[in-house]
Design a protein around this ligand. Structure first.
Ligand code: GTP
Ligand code: NA
Ligand code: MG
Length: 303
């Protein structure tokens, strides 16, 4: 049946790396060079996930990016077993070199069997040594293509907007070479919560990534212990949208509470079902907490 057709979806790219090596600045540079014409002059709301469109080898491509603040969120997601990313961009500052969180990030990506593209950032800085970075990463098994390996390295400056197109091209080439990315858009939505916060006026504001199916206004959903009906959705430019398909990150209003980063969400036909699932999980969480507390009390009574 037509409804079961798998369609190509954009790659989901997570930007990782040591603190202050320029992940967020790089994403700003990517976004600014790819502001879709006609949309509010580059003014974007900060959400930790967004989609851009770019042209690679004459073909228009969409890419979804996820920022990881010091990659805590990514760690949390992995801890909850959520597989979110298709490709990792490992950002390494060319003046600072490989640092502990660089290694941690690349180990995460390797453990998840996610292909890595290396962005050697801050090449505008004095003391920047892109060759040194290549040498350092070779020791961790990331061998640059130009040395006969299979990892693409791109020297960039997020500050100067240097080589951003080359980086996007490397990401697309890596995706095309290593992955077959498809999803069925014609079913109930499933995905992962990326981040969420409680807003005074709007209530729980959750950024979710749809991984399969399509999410619509009015759909019932459950994410972790949060549940409700989608009241409104916004894209990365703050524009209201009616629906969100595979690989689309979207801000969702209407949940009862904030989900945690890495909580999976599903859409259910009935709102009641979503609520029941959430309540069951809440009860399970409560029981686990009580069991832990009882165990602690028991142990203390031995002291
Ligand atoms: P965390 O989210 O805290 O882990 O940091 P981050 O990796 O997102 O780094 P961020 O983008 O916040 O950049 C850290 C600092 O480096 C900021 O002061 C940036 O302006 C600066 N920076 C980032 N990219 C470049 C670059 O290409 N050149 C120079 N000179 N500075 C840069
Ligand atoms: Na920072
Ligand atoms: Mg950052």
């Amino acid at each position: 049946e037509d409804d079961d057709v798998l369609e190509i979806r954009p790659p989901v790219v997570t930007v990782m790396g040591h603190v202050d090596h320029g992940k967020t600045r790089l994403l700003d540079a990517i976004r600014n060079t790819n502001v879709i014409e006609g949309e509010a002059g580059g003014i974007t709301q900060h959400i930790g996930a967004y989609q851009i469109r770019t042209e690679v080898e004459g073909e228009e491509r969409a890419l979804t990016f996820i920022d990881t603040p010091g990659h805590e969120a990514f760690t949390a997601m992995r801890a909850r077993g959520a597989k979110v990313t298709d490709i990792a961009v490992l950002v390494v500052a060319a003046d600072d070199g490989v640092m502990p969180q660089t290694v941690e990030a690349l180990n995460h990506a390797k453990a998840a069997e996610v292909p890595i593209v290396v962005a050697v950032n801050k090449i505008d800085k004095e003391g920047a040594s892109p060759d040194k970075i290549r040498g350092q990463l070779t020791e961790y098994g990331l061998i640059p293509e130009e040395y006969g390996g299979d990892t693409m390295f791109v020297d960039v400056s997020a500050r100067q907007g240097l080589n951003i197109d080359e980086l996007l091209e490397a990401i697309c080439l890596t995706a095309d070479g290593a992955l077959e990315l498809t999803a069925n858009p014609n079913k109930e939505a499933r995905g992962v919560a990326i981040e969420a916060n409680l807003d005074k006026g709007r209530g729980a504001v959750s950024t979710v990534l749809v991984q399969s199916g399509t999410l619509h206004i009015g759909d019932a959903i459950v994410a972790g212990v949060a549940h409700g009906r989608v009241r409104a959705m916004f894209d990365e430019n703050g524009n209201a949208v009616q629906e969100a398909g595979p690989s689309r990150p979207v801000q969702v209003l209407g949940l009862s509470t904030v989900p945690r980063a890495g909580d999976t969400f599903i859409s259910t036909e009935e709102e009641r079902t979503a609520r029941q699932i959430a309540e069951k999980r809440e009860a399970a969480d409560r029981n686990a907490m009580l069991a832990k507390r009882r165990k602690r009390v028991t142990l203390e009574s031995f002291d």
